[in-house]
Design a protein around this ligand. Structure first.
Ligand SMILES: Nc1nc2c(ncn2[C@@H]2O[C@H](COP(=O)(O)OP(=O)(O)O)[C@@H](O)[C@H]2O)c(=O)[nH]1
Ligand SMILES: [Mg+2]
Length: 362
């Protein structure tokens, strides 16, 4: 049986100001300009953004009023973004449902994430969203780098270590996107990635890497050894240079996405299925075990109390009948006109009972 066609999810992640939103707009217009056009399905997950240059199909701002969240929960800007994202994540099954409904008509689903990278990459909701998406559709991470701001060896290295940590956290196919090449070409980065000696040379000649006696500083030798560690990391990545301003390199980016899709299917998916099967097996074993013990206890009880056994009844569980009273609906803007609906955060319940448990590999 032929598999249903599945779109690729491109998840943009990067430091604030690296150009994620501009990049999303650029790949959006590129896809529109194809012959025939291939309009993507776009999700904006940044609750604090004021203007986005594209039409998002699903926009977190339609569901959650970030300013209201800050006010009601007495939070600053970052806490506000995090809480807004958490609230949105409780309804992410609805989001996935909408995306899946359109999955056969689109080739790409694009996610724009909050300006501050750590809010998405280190929060539980970021992990839930990533895992949920990646377990339902082929997913690649596009890590956007502000090329002009990463030319100093130390900055370059910290940026790469950050990318490395995200790669190991998500385990997803990963594309390094050196953005803003109209301002600063990215060939220095390619050279440093392919030749650690070139990087070490750059380190040695860069200011502040030797102490008063002309010896390499501790920081310098640390970075020297780390460049060897990162060498392994670079082998697993594709790097492309783009300008979201001019559109240079966007085609090369999509070539990389195509290759990453294959990687997802060959490496991530089997891992995911293995993890799923293993979990189901343990779950079944635990269930069987508990059931066996329960039946044994029951038999003993009944043997001791033949009269009580006659009164055994199952109580209907009233809790199950209870309606979910949280009205928070995710909308697809492209489906119908919607005036925008905000959650009344004062009516939110804790979502402990929702048992979100997304499969993840490993
Ligand atoms: N020169 C240049 N500027 C860019 C490029 N991409 C983004 N920018 C600028 O970088 C700034 C931050 O972009 P934005 O997309 O909001 O970054 P985000 O916080 O990662 O979403 C804006 O002023 C953009 O105009 C690029 O390719 N070239
Ligand atoms: Mg942005």
């Amino acid at each position: 049986m032929p598999e249903k066609k599945k779109p690729v999810v491109i998840m943009t992640i990067g430091m604030a100001g690296a150009g994620k939103t501009t990049f999303v707009q650029r790949i959006n217009s590129y896809l529109h300009s194809l012959e025939p056009p291939s309009p993507p399905y776009i999700l904006n997950l940044d609750p604090a953004v004021t203007n986005i240059p594209f039409e998002a199909n699903i926009d977190i701002r339609d569901t959650i009023d970030y300013h209201e969240v800050m006010k009601q929960y007495n939070l600053g800007p970052n806490g506000g973004i995090l809480t807004a994202l958490n609230l949105f994540t409780t309804k992410f099954d609805q989001v996935l449902g909408l995306v899946e409904k359109r999955a056969e008509d689109v080739d790409y689903v694009i996610l724009d994430t909050p300006g501050q990278i750590e809010i998405f990459t280190w929060s539980a909701s970021g992990a839930i969203i990533t895992d949920a998406v990646a377990s339902s559709l082929p997913t690649v991470v596009a890590y956007i780098i502000d090329t002009p701001r990463t030319t100093a060896p130390a900055t370059f290295m910290s940026n790469m270590l950050y990318a490395c940590s995200i790669l190991y956290k998500t385990k997803l196919p990963f594309i390094l996107v050196f953005n803003k090449t109209d301002v600063q070409p990215h060939d220095f980065a390619v050279e440093w990635m392919h030749d650690f000696e070139a990087f070490q040379e750059a380190l040695a000649t860069h200011r502040g890497t030797t102490d008063a006696e002309g010896e390499p500083t501790y920081m310098n030798s640390l970075m020297n050894s780390m460049s060897l560690v990162l060498d392994e990391f670079y082998k697993h990545l594709t790097a492309v240079g783009v300008s979201s301003m001019t559109g240079a390199g966007i085609k090369e980016f999509f070539d990389a996405v195509k290759a990453s899709r294959t990687e997802y299917e060959n490496e991530y998916l089997p891992e995911l299925e293995r993890a799923k099967a293993a979990r189901e097996q343990t779950l079944q074993a635990t269930k069987d075990d508990s059931m066996n013990r329960l039946m044994k206890d029951l038999t003993v009880d009944r043997a001791r109390n033949p009269n009580a056994a006659a009164f055994d009844r199952w109580e209907r569980n009233e809790e199950e009948e209870e309606e979910d009273d949280t009205e928070m609906n995710i909308i697809d803007r492209s489906e119908e006109h919607w005036p925008g609906q905000y959650i009344d955060v004062t009516r939110m319940r804790r979502g402990d009972d929702e048992g979100v448990n997304w499969p993840r590999p490993g």
